[in-house]
Design a protein around this ligand. Structure first.
Ligand SMILES: [Zn+2]
Length: 216
């Protein structure tokens, strides 16, 4: 395992990335893009535990369990500037409109340090798959061709696969990486409020199994 600083938060905290290189294509796993969605952070941290023991995949996995570290610390959706990082990426549909403060897109597209680090990583590494762990209503939101992985996740969880989350999400990662850069991206919405035990019992094994589909 190699530890690196993926980016810095708006207030200057380092955001660690854990890299598990095993001689294969690059895969990015993010937890905690929304700091108040603890279910995704629990899943990401549990994955870290597994990968620390062994990376059994022919993949180079980069894992960032707490991407929005300030949000995780303060249990807020937004970062330390109150910006929703999943509405702040410089997509073609980015909009400065503040619908509600919870979904603040930032002063300009790509304004936030966390996203600068993410954009830089995506440009340099061009991962073949991006998994972003959130919580809401159960759904596997796919952007780009990641249906093989999604099918395995659906089989293990009973979650529905959908390429449309059902409402506009300007400046989101699925559009930025999955649609506009052709880096297949899956936004995994774990059921909000699910216990840590259930996340570890159901979702973590599902993710571990689904990663096998990326090796070929
Ligand atoms: Zn979210």
């Amino acid at each position: 395992m190699k530890t690196s600083i993926f980016t810095y938060t708006s207030k200057g905290l380092p955001v660690p990335a854990y890299e598990f290189h095993n001689g294969g294509p690059e895969v990015l796993i993010l937890g905690g893009v929304h700091g108040d969605e603890v279910e995704g952070v629990i899943a990401a941290q549990e994955l870290l535990k597994h990968f620390m023991t062994a990376n059994p995949y022919k993949l180079n996995i980069t894992l960032v369990p707490q991407f929005n570290l300030e949000g995780v610390i303060f249990k807020t959706r937004g970062n330390g500037n109150g910006v929703d990082l999943n509405r702040n990426l410089p997509t073609k549909d980015w909009s400065p409109e503040v619908k509600t403060p919870r979904y603040h897109p930032g002063p300009f597209a790509g304004s936030e340090n966390e996203n600068k680090g993410l954009i830089d990583y995506l440009e340099k590494k061009a991962p073949i798959f991006v998994l972003s762990l959130h919580s809401w209503h159960p759904i596997l939101n796919v952007n780009g061709d990641c249906h093989k992985v999604a099918a395995i996740l659906a089989e293990h969880t009973g979650y529905k696969i959908d390429d449309d989350i059902g409402y506009p999400t300007p400046g989101c990662l699925g559009t930025f990486s999955g649609l506009e850069r052709h880096l297949p991206t899956l936004t995994y919405e774990i059921e909000r409020g699910l216990s840590a035990e259930k996340i570890i019992e159901i979702h973590v094994p599902a993710i571990l199994e689904s990663l096998k589909a990326l090796e070929t």
